[in-house]
Design a protein around this ligand. Structure first.
Ligand code: ADP
Ligand code: MG
Length: 626
């Protein structure tokens, strides 16, 4: 049987790239049908066909309403933030169009039946990862897994240094900082690289920061200069804005190689030549660079390491070609950035190596994999509880961010009220203690608890987070035989039915019409808000968490050693059909309101009594007015 082909796809915000593992086990880049290693992640929805890549980019100036770009920034949201020909499409559908083109190009060079690994920034949360996997499925790809871009970059680096060669010379262990500044996202990760081993130590990033932000500073600089010269602002019409945007990118690239560049703008019959130096550009964007420096410092602090422990600095992503990046990092870390791997290729190559690793792992009787990969979770995972002191809803974190995977943790909670009949476990992803600021990624409920459970009855919640990104949640109510389990594998987002539905227009070699029809078929597709679309899932507050935080539960647990249920456990009661964890007790007034009402009532009663007593003893104080 021919060896299955392992493919890596770097599905970038700006550019996508493909690589595969050749017969000798080395990663190789795969050019697209146009012969380039990078395919611009831009989609043009034409009348007769959907075009992806360079050709689509040239249409951004002429008909911007037909073009979708920067879609990766909106992954996880219900729809892409810009209407395409009046229709709002889910971002994963547009990404699927890019993947379909890549799939066709892969089939052309390597033949069909590719097993792919698609990359995502380490900072992507579950809904964004799920949306990426769904896009692959819609494009008809066999998605083996989603892998973090810095892990992939480190794999490519490891390959080039001989760290992945089976039976190779033992190499010294090194701590690598991967700084990835692409067009739309920034990602920074610390990894440990040893012979045949890659371990992520900590990861951080910003999903809304990239080379694009540097471009927009240049757009404003050039447009304002044009406005001063001619009294016209080229940003006011979309085509004019796009033209300025295209020329400033050229200037930005020039400034990576030379000290000065000229931005030439032709607009509305007028033209201007705007000079700019590297120093001016650095000044215009200093705060953006500082944002990346800040995140990098935060990461180091989170890992508990110091710069002297970091032995290598890997630069990934096209925007790291700006000289200011290497300068800033060298000054901050004292390490000179490494140029061993091409910043445009590292991620795709590493993803291919990871696909090869997964294929080897899948065949049980095959040879052992050449290396092992340990990841960490980029976001904390917790449960919504109620703080017994403040009575506020709070995010109780069970698996903090940057925990090596697999990880398991059990936390004891307690029922909030006497006689509580059901408990809802709302699973949250995020760092904030406020549940509303986190992403709700799933929920499960323990229902039909026996009658008469006292308040503070213990509830044990266990999180098991596997290396494959699957989270299993179990809630057990000791002494009642009641428990609930939930396995979340990239929960949320589009349903299987939704994916199947979109496969059709994505797969057809047709134009926009099929997409428009599918979008209109969808019941009540949410429209994006004027602010950037949030990947957060809609929250229904009425039936979330009805228990106390572990603070109270610890006391409750100490008081109840070996709990015995007050009534016989009821295992045979029918499951509550269609109920999604109803609140077990009616909402009470907050404590401060009860106290206030108490004070006011006692003041009134006291005043009344005083009046009565005094009017009896000294009636002369109270002359009757009638
Ligand atoms: P992504 O990961 O978002 O797809 P890439 O890694 O392909 O992005 O990087 C794209 C970004 O890199 C763009 O903002 C592009 O303008 C920028 N870039 C590419 N080459 C250069 C260069 N020589 N100088 C400055 N920026 C560059
Ligand atoms: Mg990238």
């Amino acid at each position: 049987m021919a060896r299955e082909k392992a493919i890596g796809i770097d599905l970038g915000t700006t550019n996508s790239a493909m690589a595969w593992v050749d017969e000798s086990g080395r990663s190789q880049m795969v050019p697209n049908a146009e012969g380039s290693l990078l395919t611009p992640s831009i989609v043009l929805f034409g009348d007769r066909e959907v075009i992806v890549g360079k050709e689509a980019r040239s249409a951004t100036t002429v008909s911007p309403e037909r073009v979708a770009e920067w879609v990766k920034r909106d992954m996880g949201a219900p729809v892409f933030s810009h209407a395409i020909r009046g229709e709002y499409l889910p971002p994963e559908v547009i990404q699927a169009c890019i993947l379909r083109k890549l799939r066709a190009d892969l089939a052309h060079s390597l033949g069909p039946d590719a097993n792919v690994v698609i990359t995502v920034p380490a900072y992507f949360d579950e809904p964004r990862r799920k949306a990426t996997a769904d896009a692959g499925e819609m494009a008809g790809l066999t998605v083996l897994d989603i892998v973090n871009e810095p892990t992939a970059a480190a794999l490519a680096f490891g390959e080039s240094l001989g760290y992945l060669a089976p039976g190779g010379e033992p190499k010294e262990e090194m701590t690598v900082l991967v700084y990835d500044l692409g067009g739309g996202t920034f990602d920074v990760t610390l990894l440990k690289l040893a012979q045949g081993k890659i371990q992520t130590l900590a990861t951080d990033g910003d999903v809304r920061l990239g080379g694009h932000d540097w471009d927009m500073r240049l757009v404003d600089y050039a447009a304002e200069s044009f406005l001063r010269q001619h009294g016209i602002d080229p940003r006011t019409d979309p085509a004019g804005l796009n033209r300025v945007y295209q020329v400033v990118i050229e200037a930005k690239h020039t400034l990576s190689a030379r000290n000065r560049a000229t931005i030439r703008i032709d607009h509305d019959g007028k033209s201007a030549e705007i000079p700019i130096t590297q120093d001016q550009f650095r000044e215009l964007t200093a705060d953006l660079l500082e944002r990346t420096a800040y995140t990098t410092r935060q990461l180091l602090a989170a890992s508990g390491l110091q710069w002297k422990h970091v032995s290598r600095l890997l630069l990934v992503g096209g925007a790291t070609r700006m000289p200011m990046v290497a300068e800033m990092l060298s000054t901050m870390t004292g390490v000179v950035p490494d140029r061993t791997v091409n910043p445009d290729e590292a991620v795709a190559r590493g993803a291919a190596l990871y696909a090869g690793y997964l294929l080897v792992k899948r065949t049980e009787d095959g040879p052992p994999a050449d290396f092992e990969v340990t990841n960490v979770n980029a976001h904390s995972l917790g449960v919504e509880g109620i703080d017994p002191h403040t009575m506020r809803r709070t995010n109780v974190i069970l698996i903090p961010r940057n925990t090596p995977l697999p990880a398991t943790h059990t936390e004891r909670f307690a029922t909030k009220s006497k006689g509580q009949r059901s408990i809802v476990v709302q699973i949250l992803e995020g760092e904030s203690s406020i549940p509303g600021d986190c992403t709700a990624i799933g929920r499960t409920a323990v229902r039909d608890l026996p009658d008469g459970l006292p308040q503070g009855w213990p509830v044990e919640v266990t999180f098991e987070y596997g290396s494959n990104g699957r989270l299993s949640v179990r809630a057990v109510v000791p002494g009642t035989h009641h428990e609930a389990a939930l396995s979340l594998e990239r929960a949320g987002g589009m349903s299987g039915e939704g994916i199947a539905r979109w496969k059709q227009p994505v797969g057809a070699s047709a134009g926009f019409e099929a997409f428009g029809a599918a979008a209109e078929d969808l019941p009540a597709v949410p429209r994006p808000s004027p602010t950037p679309a949030s990947p957060e899932m809609p929250r229904t507050d009425a039936d979330t968490g009805f228990w106390s935080s572990p603070v109270q539960s610890a006391a409750a647990a100490a008081a109840t050693s070996g709990p015995t249920p007050p009534s016989a456990p009821d295992r045979t009661s029918p499951p509550a059909s269609g109920r999604t964890g109803q609140p077990a007790s009616p909402r009470r007034l907050p404590r401060w309101a009860i106290l206030l009402i108490g004070y006011v009532a006692s003041a009134i009663v006291g005043l009344g009594l005083g009046y009565l007593v005094l009017s009896r003893l000294r009636p002369e104080f109270f002359p009757l007015p009638w």
